[in-house]
Design a protein around this ligand. Structure first.
Ligand code: NDP
Ligand code: 8X3
Length: 252
């Protein structure tokens, strides 16, 4: 029987790449996000390759929608072996004293509360089966604040603490908990951060070879396929010319 992975934020970037690589690694895949058209197009491309895929459109900020998505899974998809809490975003790069309240609420509700919603609804099943894994996508941004990062960095610091807390609370079980912390990854992340300003987004990756979604997906698969007694607790993945969240050496 194949293992089942549930990936949030699978219409783009790291989530999409992780879903594809997990399918290649032998998982059945539940992919979720808000944009149905993108989700269905992605699922179709995976099915053409012979992979088993289920799509679920919902917003991780909507707690009842998360509950229904998990509770209404078809019987043969309901035993989730791997949850990849990937859905997330940054909005804005303003100094904290000029930040946008709506952007702050969206980041906190998505990156922290959305991740907690999914964890709360899926992990009890793992505990009951004494088997499973949660992989949270944190960030180097959670290690230390950088200019303009303020609230986004705080959400990823929260992901680090929430992941550590879950690992401690599950240490008496066989459920594993992982925090993968990428640095600069070229995805839709910066386009979303700058509210659709593609030129500003492209500048983020100028002069440095950034990571790709596939690079992070490889780490997701490594953690997910490690032997059962091996818990990859935390991984920081940076581009070679990135020293930290705020040290980026643009050499190209
Ligand atoms: P993308 O913008 O490419 O992908 C983000 C994904 O999250 C999309 O599939 C989007 O789908 C989904 N999403 C956003 N908000 C919600 C929501 N409220 N409910 C459900 N799904 C949602 O960015 P990345 O792939 O780069 O980001 C993925 C994760 O990686 C995020 O948590 C991000 O913070 C983190 N990260 C990214 C880094 C980078 O440099 N790119 C570095 C470190 C961490 P849809 O719009 O269809 O809902
Ligand atoms: C995304 C990486 O450094 O742009 O979490 O915040 S960074």
């Amino acid at each position: 029987m194949k293992k089942t992975a549930f990936i949030t934020g699978a219409t783009s970037g790291i989530g999409r790449a992780s879903a594809e690589k997990l399918a290649e690694a032998g998982f059945r895949i539940i992919v979720s996000a808000r944009r149905t058209d993108k989700l269905e197009e992605f699922a179709g491309s995976l099915r053409e390759k012979g992979y088993e895929v289920l799509t679920l459109t919902f917003d991780v900020r909507d707690r009842e929608a998360c509950r229904k998505a998990v509770e209404n899974l078809p019987e043969d998809w309901s035993g989730i072996d791997l949850l990849v809490n990937n859905a997330g975003l940054a909005l804005g790069l303003e100094p904290e004293y000029e930040g946008d309240f709506t952007d702050w609420d969206t980041m906190i509700d998505t990156n922290i509360k959305g991740l907690l919603n999914m964890t709360r609804f899926i992990v009890p099943g793992m505990v009951a089966r004494d088997s499973g894994q949660v992989i949270n996508i944190g960030s180097v941004a959670g290690d230390a604040a950088y200019g303009g990062g303020n609230v986004y960095c705080a959400t990823k610091a929260a992901v680090k603490t929430i992941t550590d807390g879950l690992r401690i609370d599950l240490a008496h079980t066989s459920v594993r908990v992982t925090n993968i912390k990428p640095g600069l990854v070229e995805t839709d992340f910066s386009r979303v951060r700058f509210h659709g300003d593609s030129e500003r987004a492209e500048n983020v990756y100028k002069g440095i070879k950034p990571l790709t979604g596939d690079d992070i997906a490889d780490v997701v698969v490594f953690a997910a396929t490690a032997p059962a007694h091996v818990q990859i607790a935390e991984v920081l993945v940076l581009a070679t010319h990135q020293g930290s969240g705020s040290v980026i050496c643009r050499t190209e």
